[in-house]
Structures are given as C-alpha cells and as structure tokens.
Design a protein. Structure first.
Ligand SMILES: CC(=O)SCCNC(=O)CCNC(=O)[C@H](O)C(C)(C)COP(=O)(O)OP(=O)(O)OC[C@H]1O[C@@H](n2cnc3c(N)ncnc32)[C@H](O)[C@@H]1OP(=O)(O)O
Length: 419
C-alpha cells in the first residue's frame, strides 16, 4: 500500500477562481512568502485570470485546502520544434500536512490530467532539487548567475560592432513592441524558451515597490537597426556610495539579442553606466555570448544551478517528435512509477530525418528511469553521467554513448524566467 493510500482524510479535486485565495494562502505559507496575502493576490490574480483556473488541483482535508498545484499551457522550444508543454507551478503543502503523501497524490493526478489533455511534456523550476526526481522529472538545464566587476567589464577589441545599430534607453512600456518582436524570434528556436503571452509580459514589466526592493525602477535598453529591433536588456540600478567612490550596481532582469553585434551593443551599454561598479545577471545561458565577448572570461563570476526540470509525460510521443543529432537504434526499458503507461520496453530508431518508437518484447540495451530521459531531453545532461553513477544499466556496451551522441544539441538550453 502506498503512502497516499494509507491516509483517508483528504481528497484531491479540481478548483476554481473563487477558491484562489485559499490556494494562494497555502502556497504562500509553504514557500515562506514575505508579503501578506493581499499583496500576493494583487500580483498573482492578473496572471491567473488570463491563464485560467481549470488546471488547478487542490488536496482538501475536512474543508481545508492543504495542498495545491497548477500548470500553465506553454508553447516551448524543444529539440524538434515548438511544442505544448505543461509548465507546472504553485506546488505547496500546508505545513501540518507535509510528508503524508499529499504531493505524491497531486503529482499522480496531474500527470494523468496532462496526458488526458494530450500533453507529452511537463516542465518546472524546483524550489529544491530533491523533490521532483521521484515524480519522473529530470534536471535538464543549468543556467548561470553571473556578476562582473569593473575593470573586468571590458569586451574584446574584436567584438563585432555595427555602426548602423542605435540604442535607446526608455520606459519598458514604450519598448514593449520591440521587446516582443525580439523575444518572438528567440522563443521560436532557443531550447527552453516559451512563447510569451501578454500576461507574461505584464508580469515581467510589473514594477511594484515590493519588487524593486532597494533598487530603482525597471528600464529598457533597446538596440535596433534599419531592419528593426535586434536586442534588448531590462534592468534596474542600485545607487551606492562609499567614502572612496561610487559602487552602484546594474541588475539585469533579462537580456536577449538576435544578432552578434546587438549583443556587443547591449553589453557595452550595461557595462558603461556611470557611478556603477558591478553588473549582475540572475540568469544567463551557459553559452551566452558574454562569456565569449568578455576580454577576460575568467572574471565573469559564475554560479551554475538547475533551471528547467523536464518530465516526459508520453515517452514514445516525446521521443518520436524529437530531433536527433546522429542515427541511433536501441531498446530502452523505462521505469515510471507515476505514469505507468510509459513503463516497459520501447524500441527507438532515429536519425536526422526523424524517429520511430514502438513497444517491443526484445531484450533491452539500456534500462533507465523516465527521469533520466527527461534530464537528457534538452541535450545538455548526458546519460553517461547516470551510467557512471550506477543509476542506469547498460546491457549493450556503448549503447549509452551512442544514445548521448544522438541526443546532443550544440546550444545550451535557456529559460531564464521562473514560472
Ligand atoms: C514547481 C513548484 O511549485 S516548486 C515549489 C515546491 N514547494 C515548496 O518547496 C514549498 C515547501 N514544501 C512543501 O510544501 C512540501 O514539503 C512539498 C510540496 C515539497 C512536499 O509535499 P509532501 O506532501 O510533504 O510530499 P509527500 O508526502 O508526497 O512526499 C513524497 C516523498 O517525497 C519526499 N519529499 C517531499 N518533499 C521533499 C523535500 N523537500 N526534500 C526531499 N524529499 C522530499 C518525501 O520524504 C517522500 O518520500 P518517501 O515517499 O520516500 O517517504
């Protein structure tokens, strides 16, 4: 008997807008929210009003909401193209009800719901890395938190520069059409980006006092040329003075560009603000051009952390629509405790033109957990790491290396926006 079945006092069900304050109370408490419930609701309601409440799930115990989750319906760039992805969010269990199987029951039901709606993937940002592996999610992307201090903000002399590009520092609302245009192009191909609907831009540009903290208002720097906008940075500044000089900071919420010279122009602007000493980026792709344009890349201080966790909700469906970097043939024995329809043996035959995946009784080449496939799906986390750690089994020598070569992607995944 599972932990969920042992208890009888709570049930899992759908929810609606009227119940949202009770839901937000649980997630706020579970996530140690700094703000009171009214502030949380003011910020959260516009997004959820646009996204809808029909995918919320709650666990209810004697009339009290004790557990919650929800998912957004994203269109996310994945290897193989832009695909529908369930963006799982709002997970929380009331502190007196933790470790009784509430989350496990919510996850089980949510996976079934996503599958029933035709979904093949789920993605999330985890508050803690130890939570989601058991539910079949794998750590699929790492991103970097970077900080650069003067004088190491210098770019290489041969960084590409385009005299026809013009930059303007402006109010984010005025810059919105240009930012949308750039982001639309980025989201069409950058592994891990989701198409940003208007409600996500509103959230992104929301500039409430509690979001500013000790920093100034959000501003936009847009770079454009004769062909239209080529890139933008959204940032805030922090003024700071010591007896020996100015130590202001530039905090970059996001920076995107669609042409090499635009990256140079954006970084030259961010790195040249007077009265500043440090520029901070909470999220950059592991292969962001900054690491190549910096005159001394070792002085770009970097902390790496997991961003997207990916879950294959439909293993044959997901593998058959992925793109493949090299031909591969393998029988995979997949374990999946929370989505049992995936469990079993799958024969994968793939090459650059596509893939065929079908159930088989043949002997497996590799036995692995569905979370390993999720981790590897974006092409950044090799399965060979799990093999070396003894967490998957290779029956046919070399099978894991061949599968890794086929799963390879030349670009690093990047989401950059916690949802
Ligand atoms: C996508 C997002 O929204 S990320 C935000 C996630 N939310 C939070 O971090 C808020 C604070 N934490 C919580 O609300 C809860 O502790 C949750 C949601 C993480 C877990 O909920 P619970 O109902 O306690 O989980 P549940 O009882 O189903 O646990 C299932 C298993 O996961 C394990 N587990 C649960 N949470 C954690 C954790 N944080 N770290 C390690 N293991 C965990 C349990 O020990 C249990 O293991 P077992 O089956 O081997 O005994």
């Amino acid at each position: 008997m599972t932990r969920e079945q042992q208890q009888e006092t709570w049930t899992v069900r759908g929810s609606d807008r009227d119940e949202f304050p009770r839901i937000a109370r649980v997630t706020s408490e579970a996530l140690l929210a700094q703000h009171d419930l009214d502030t949380v609701l003011e910020r959260a309601l516009p997004l959820h009003d646009a996204e809808g409440y029909e995918r919320f799930l709650v666990a209810e115990d004697e009339g009290q909401v004790v557990g919650t989750t929800n998912y957004f319906r994203f269109e996310m760039a994945l290897p193989g193209g832009v695909r529908p992805v369930a963006g799982v969010t709002g997970v929380g269990v009331w502190p007196t009800h933790r470790r009784r199987g509430v989350l496990s029951a919510l996850m089980r039901r949510q996976l079934a719901d996503i599958r029933e709606a035709g979904g093949r993937y789920a993605a999330l940002w985890a508050s803690e890395g130890a939570i989601y592996g058991r539910f079949g999610y794998g750590p699929a992307a790492t991103e970097i938190n970077a900080a650069v201090r003067r004088p190491y903000t210098a770019l290489r002399a041969d960084a590409p520069r385009d005299g026809s590009l013009v930059g303007r520092l402006t109010d984010p609302q005025e810059a919105l059409p240009d930012m949308e245009e750039v982001h639309r192009q980025v989201a069409a191909s950058q592994n891990g980006q989701f198409r940003r609907a208007p409600q996500w831009w509103r959230r992104m540009l929301s500039d409430r006092p509690e979001q500013r903290g000790d920093k100034g208002p959000l501003r936009a720097f847009v770079v454009g040329g004769p062909g239209g906008p080529q890139g933008y940075a959204l940032y805030r500044t922090l003024a700071r003075y010591e007896q020996d000089g100015a130590y202001g900071e530039v905090h970059v919420t996001e920076v995107h560009a669609i042409a090499p010279a635009a990256w140079t122009a954006l970084y030259e602007h961010l790195f040249s603000r007077d009265l500043t000493d440090r520029v901070l980026f909470p999220f950059l792709a592991e292969d962001n051009p900054l690491l190549y344009l910096a005159a001394d890349r070792d002085r770009v201080l970097r902390q790496h952390s997991t961003s997207l966790w990916i879950r294959l909700v439909d293993v044959p469906g997901a593998l058959s629509e992925r793109s493949w970097a090299a031909p591969v043939e393998a029988v995979l024995e997949v374990g999946d405790r929370f989505a049992p329809w995936n469990a079993g043996r799958w024969r994968l035959e793939a090459d650059a033109s596509g893939a065929r995946v079908e159930g088989t009784g043949a002997a497996p080449d590799i036995a692995l957990d569905v979370s390993h496939l999720g981790a590897a799906h974006l092409g950044q986390t090799p399965l060979s790491g799990y093999l070396r750690a003894g967490l998957l089994t290779e029956y046919t020598p070399g099978a894991v290396a061949r599968l890794d070569a086929a799963l390879h992607r030349p670009d690093a995944p990047f989401c950059g926006l916690i949802f």
